[in-house]
Design a protein around this ligand. Structure first.
Ligand code: HAM
Length: 422
């Protein structure tokens, strides 16, 4: 028979004990975000394709090449390639813009992009994202960057922070003219993708990974030299606030981001420990997006971290020793002619009492012999062992054995008492 139990390329199974590393990391990130006043939101995995085309941008690789799109009965839908579009759609639609501003939200999601699969680049991946809606001041930019920095440094992941300003529409319009003028003489030598970006989005050419395009753009004019007064002031203030907070960064005019909604500050945290796909966090300001999506003009900004890349970075520095909780007590019990059905019943009630107090307790579910149960208890590294046999049921007394020290302690065959003894 054909084997259907095969995983798709570009999607990963996350198994124990890694699931515990993920849980710990996700909890830590949520805790930091909540300490900054962010609340979690959840929103659908898919949206109308149009939402992503309008927000992420028609000329981006994400929209042109990477979307997982299906035709439904009423519309065409796309699995979210990122979180901002869906999160902001939910914010607008559910009236969160009428709440006290700024509104701060975070999310932990899976996202989907049809990219060339490699280490740290998947078809289905996971993001921790945060969006701060309704704040235009540079303090908001500094706070977002500082929160991302707290998360990464708290996890012990070493990164370099690169920041840039992509200006407002007006500075970009003027800068595009200067950039096109610079690129025109070499336009024919650019790669196909870059040539197609020349008219609509020439700044993305600076982000091309091809060696030829990199060389051709090495001395290209940079946006930071062409910002309008307000954008330049905003960017300078963000830099000053980061300096004051002691956050080290590098101004990198080549950070242009792959999504079209950005304005002013953009930033990336890059790890050098995980190979070519080193950007573990990307974000920036998107002051025009909410209006573009049909809401009232509202400034906003955010970031997202790639969970798979974060976990790779954690593994690279050996910080992933989370273990499954393990079994605190394995109860050996088997019903027999002599015990009737009371051995397993007693085991179940002892286990229930322990679980109520947060302990892990297990007993036989496979009608196995005592010997086989013992083997299983060893395999799952049970910390303690309790036998419920004929004599324990008769006397109401039992023995708890420590599987490592082999120490034995006697107590009454009673959940509360066992809990106190283990
Ligand atoms: P992004 O830079 O496209 O930004 O993605 C954020 C992070 O998601 C990346 O830095 C990377 O760690 C991870 N990532 C992206 N694509 C993949 C992939 N194919 N496989 C594995 N990891 C990946 C955004 O998504 C924006 N929504 C961030 C944002 C929020 N900007 C403002 N608010």
């Amino acid at each position: 028979m054909e084997l259907v139990a095969t995983r798709n390329k570009g999607a990963e199974d996350i198994l124990p004990p890694d699931t515990y590393v993920w849980q710990n990391t996700e909890r830590f990130m949520a805790r930091i975000a909540e300490s900054y006043g962010f609340d979690e939101i959840r929103f659908p995995t898919f949206e109308k394709t149009e939402l992503f085309v309008r927000s992420v941008g028609e000329t981006t690789d994400v929209v042109q090449k990477e979307m997982w799109t299906v035709k439904g009965r009423e519309s065409t839908y796309t699995l979210r390639p990122e979180g901002t579009a869906g999160a902001i759609r939910a914010v607008i639609q559910n009236g969160l813009l009428n709440e006290a501003m700024p509104r701060k939200i975070y999310y932990q999601i899976s996202a989907f992009r049809h990219e060339n699969v490699q280490k740290g680049r998947l078809w289905e991946f996971h993001q921790f994202g945060a969006e701060l809606v309704g704040a235009a001041a540079p303090q908001a930019d500094a706070q977002m960057i500082s929160m991302a920095n707290d998360i990464l440094s708290g996890l012990g992941i070493g990164t370099e922070l690169h920041i840039n300003s992509v200006g407002c529409r007006e500075c970009r319009r003027k800068y595009y003219e200067v950039l096109r003028e610079f690129l025109l003489p070499v336009k024919d030598k650019l790669c196909d993708t870059c040539r197609s970006r020349f008219d609509k989005n020439p700044m993305r050419i600076l982000d091309c990974k091809s060696e030829v395009c990199r060389e051709l753009t090495a001395n290209a004019p940079v946006i930071t030299d062409h910002l309008c007064e307000d954008c330049a002031k905003h960017f300078a203030q963000v830099g000053e606030l980061l300096d004051e907070a002691g956050i080290v960064y590098k101004v990198d005019p080549k950070i242009v981001r792959g999504l079209d909604y950005y304005s002013r500050t953009v930033f990336e945290f890059i790890s050098s420990d995980i190979g070519a796909q080193g950007t573990v966090c990307g974000g920036g300001r998107y002051d025009g997006l909410i209006e573009e999506m049909g809401g009232p003009a509202t400034p906003a900004l955010g970031f997202a971290m790639g969970m798979e890349r974060l976990i790779l970075a954690l593994k690279a520095k050996g910080g992933t020793d989370a273990k499954a909780k393990g079994c605190d007590l394995y109860i050996l019990a088997a019903d027999s002619e002599r015990t009737g059905n009371s051995a397993l019943k007693t085991a179940a009630s002892v286990a229930a009492a322990l679980r109520k107090s947060g302990k892990t307790a297990e007993y036989d579910l496979c009608s196995r012999s005592f010997k086989a149960q013992m083997k299983y208890a060893n395999k799952i590294n049970a910390a303690k062992l309790l036998v419920i046999g004929e004599s324990e049921l008769e006397t109401g007394e039992c023995v708890i054995k420590d599987m490592v020290s082999h120490e034995q302690r006697q107590c009454r065959l009673d959940g509360e008492e066992i809990l106190r003894t283990i």
